[in-house]
Ligand binder design. Structure first.
Ligand SMILES: NC(=O)c1ccc[n+]([C@@H]2O[C@H](COP(=O)([O-])OP(=O)(O)OC[C@H]3O[C@@H](n4cnc5c(N)ncnc54)[C@H](O)[C@@H]3O)[C@@H](O)[C@H]2O)c1
Length: 401
């Protein structure tokens, strides 16, 4: 069976790697650079080893392509393209639309189309199916299903195999074929009654994280105002064996999911006349954390950051990955610069970002730790500046939330 996977990023390449063990996989990406790199056996995604990729290429079960026509003889097409927000923070389905165009214009026989991209309930039924039909020259009855992706890049304890997967087809046949496809490389499949439930569940999972992170971020500010340790308080609350789940305060949320998915949910809720005030406010609280942190640093440093050299340590949105999408570091740097600080950043995992390179971990007046990668030495962070503010709770001896 041939499987075409549209989009070879975090989600698409991860799926490609698992599926290549059992199927012939065509990894389609519009980026020629990514395609060339993949065909050379070089993975750009944490969690997908280049050696594994080389193994599949050598066996003939994986190849990447940017030629749309190469997906024409696929039996299953998986869509794994970005679903970002527009500049005015509304759901942006332009990548989904482009993927539908590729499928519609190139797939000439009935196939199973599975969407793995995150979007609001109704996307499969009201958007993807009509769009593919619109772009198809001939009327072809494809099967359509959703199976939202739950991968957490950089994580080793849960992967495609042992993370339970939700799925639902628009028809019974689509559901059955989707189950047959994933059951080759996923241990636990859970069918839900409609694609909309699967789409909503994915959004709610990430909204649950977003609001709990916002709550703990607000609590960090309350704890500081009361003169108590937020970390000790959270550890104390966490001794309750039920009804409590520990979240850790931070400089904010980043990545492609937590800052974005809840806004997809809020947008569709409001479009249908249901208020999403709690979700909207949680987003604001998380965005405001960067300003709060910089205010704390400003106050600790005599109310003056003018001309001071500030090193932001860790600009990736989370530890041990190079992903800087929606990183909280960006807002922290912006607020520091607004107060006149001369800002550089250190993150050798990221290397280059926004035309700047990672600076040495030394010689600053002030260091602000936004993300602590495992490979970065705590002592070196503490020695990098006479004043170190840690937003991660991992640098003992620094000023902290
Ligand atoms: N990254 C995660 O941890 C994660 C987890 C679960 C779900 N998701 C969801 O999965 C989807 C994909 O996210 P991602 O992180 O893999 O994105 P990504 O940016 O890492 O990768 C997307 C890839 O798609 C390619 N692409 C864009 N438009 C294309 C097109 N029309 N045709 C072919 N290729 C195209 C890009 O070049 C890129 O390589 C999103 O909806 C996201 O919300 C992501």
């Amino acid at each position: 069976m041939k499987v075409a996977i549209i989009g070879q990023g975090y989600v698409g390449l991860t799926i490609s790697s698992f599926a290549s063990e059992f199927f012939e996989v065509i990894g389609f990406d519009k980026s020629q650079r990514i395609v060339d790199q993949l065909n050379a056996g070089i993975s750009h995604i944490e969690g997908v080893e280049s050696a594994t990729l080389k193994k599949w290429i050598g066996r003939g079960s994986f190849r990447a392509t940017s030629r749309e026509a190469n997906i024409s003889d696929a039996d299953v097409v998986v869509i794994a393209v970005p679903t970002p927000l527009t500049d005015d923070r509304k759901p942006d389905l332009t990548f989904i639309d482009a993927a539908c165009k590729t499928v519609g214009e190139n797939v000439t026989k009935p196939v199973l189309v599975i969407n793995e991209s995150t979007s609001f309930p109704g996307t499969l039924r009201n958007y993807i199916k009509p769009a593919i039909e619109k772009y198809s020259k001939n009327k072809i009855e494809h099967l359509y299903a959703i199976s939202p992706e739950r991968v957490d890049p950089g994580r080793s304890d849960f992967n495609q195999k042992n993370t339970p997967r939700l799925y639902s087809g628009l028809t019974l046949e689509a559901s059955e074929k989707t189950r047959a496809f994933y059951s080759r490389f996923c241990d636990k499949l859970i069918e839900v009654s409609t694609p909309e439930v699967a789409e909503a569940a994915k959004l709610f999972e990430n909204t649950f994280r977003q609001v709990n992170i916002a709550l703990v971020n607000e609590f960090a500010q309350i704890a500081n105002a009361l003169g108590i340790s937020v970390y000790e308080t959270l550890d104390a609350a966490n001794t309750k064996p039920y009804g409590f789940m520990k979240f850790i305060p931070s400089a904010g949320v980043g990545g492609h999911c937590i800052p974005v998915d809840p806004t997809y949910l809020a947008a569709i809720a409001e479009e249908n006349g249901a208020p999403a005030t709690f979700i909207r406010r949680a987003n604001e609280v998380n965005l405001e954390m960067s300003e709060y942190i910089v205010r704390r640093v400003f106050e600790d440093n005599g109310g003056n950051l003018q001309g001071k050299s500030v090193l932001v340590v860790g600009v990736a949105y989370k530890p041990n990955v190079a992903d800087v999408r929606e990183t909280a570091a960006e807002l922290v740097i912006e607020h520091l610069r607004c107060r006149g600080a001369v800002v550089s950043w250190h993150d050798d995992v990221v290397g280059n970002w926004k035309g700047e390179s990672s600076a040495p971990l030394q010689g600053a007046d002030i260091a602000v730790v936004v993300t602590k990668h495992d490979g970065v030495d705590e002592k070196k962070i503490l020695a990098s500046a006479p004043y170190v503010f840690d937003t991660t709770g991992k640098v003992k001896g620094a000023k902290s939330l």
